[in-house]
Design a protein around this ligand. Structure first.
Ligand code: R5P
Length: 300
């Protein structure tokens, strides 16, 4: 059974890296916009197993193109189409917080389950959902952790006095899994969100950061409000330097500027989005391999 990886133009580099790690060909999908804004998707000849790579940040338009590509790959001979979505969008709205709101996690999850035969993603935002399998019912679904990759990225030239800080309880799993192999001290705050960009935070034991370097760790940056607020508290407590390390950087350019203006000296993220550079290829390839989606190398 032959496999190949198919990718959209915006993510050629990380997709090609992943294909190299998998030992399979990488094939580009062509996209064109019609004058009315609709998309034309054109795929090359498909292998029996098609791995379709697309990160679903800023995903309104991307989702439509993704479904068109999955359909075209089947038309061109793919018997199974597996989605590799390093960032899986629309997972944060996992309930109706106010009457009348759509539960996007359930809707988008069902759509993916309907159009794909399997899913691999990284650190999905499932803070109140037991497992990814619940989100995409009936297909194999793997949620892998970026923590080992983030720990490895941090280990280079690391000051052993560094304190890892998580802004809220939801960040604790990342803070602990990164701190453990590196033997670092940790602090985890408590956060209350009043609006998209309105968060307040308290960090018990924050005095411990005085004159020490701090690395803020979280699964994602969206508006950046969480890390901006956290950085302010850490600076007031006398931290020597504040860096940020996250799996998914979803922030706009303007929000990235605000993060730097808040005193965050450096901001690192995985290549799940174009804003990050820490490669996920190795962990993704391992997951795809263990899932049995590679089969024979190359085309039939
Ligand atoms: C919360 O559950 C997440 O772990 C992040 O802390 C949050 O999504 C970040 O959002 P923002 O950057 O908008 O504060």
């Amino acid at each position: 059974m032959a496999s190949a990886l198919f990718y959209f133009p915006e993510a050629a580099a990380p997709a090609q890296r992943l294909a190299r790690h998998c030992g399979i060909p990488a094939e580009a999908i062509a996209l064109r916009s019609f004058p009315d804004g609709e998309s034309l998707v054109r795929v090359p000849e498909a292998t029996e197993t098609a791995l379709l790579y697309r990160s679903l940040d800023r995903s309104n338009g991307k989702l439509v193109e993704l479904l068109l590509a999955a359909s075209a790959l089947r038309d061109r001979g793919a018997r199974r189409v597996m989605l590799i979505a390093p960032y899986l969008g629309y997972m944060r709205q996992d309930m109706a917080f106010h009457p009348g709101e759509a539960v996007s996690q359930r809707v988008i999850g069902a759509l993916i389950a309907q159009h794909f035969d399997g899913l691999v993603t990284v650190d999905p935002h499932l803070h109140r959902t037991a497992s990814l399998a619940e989100v995409v019912p009936g297909i194999p679904a793997l949620a892998i952790s970026a923590a080992p990759v983030l720990a490895a990225a941090l280990s280079d030239g690391l000051d052993p006095r560094t304190v890892l800080v998580g802004p809220d309880g939801e960040s604790r799993p990342w803070v602990e899994s990164i701190a453990k192999p590196l033997g670092l001290a940790t602090l985890v705050g408590e956060k209350v969100r009043a609006g998209d960009r309105d968060v307040s935070l308290a960090i018990a034991g924050i005095a411990a950061v005085r004159e020490r370097p701090v690395v803020l760790v979280d699964d994602c940056i969206s508006s950046g409000a969480t890390l901006v607020t956290c950085a302010g508290l850490l600076q007031a407590a006398g931290a020597a330097r504040v860096e940020a390390l996250v799996t998914h950087n979803l922030a706009s350019e303007a929000d990235v500027q605000r993060l730097h203006a808040s005193g965050i000296d450096s901001l690192r993220a995985t290549d799940s989005t174009a804003a990050g550079t820490i490669p996920l290829a190795e962990v993704l390839a391992r997951a795809v391999h263990e899932a049995g989606w590679l089969g024979a190398r190359g085309r039939d």
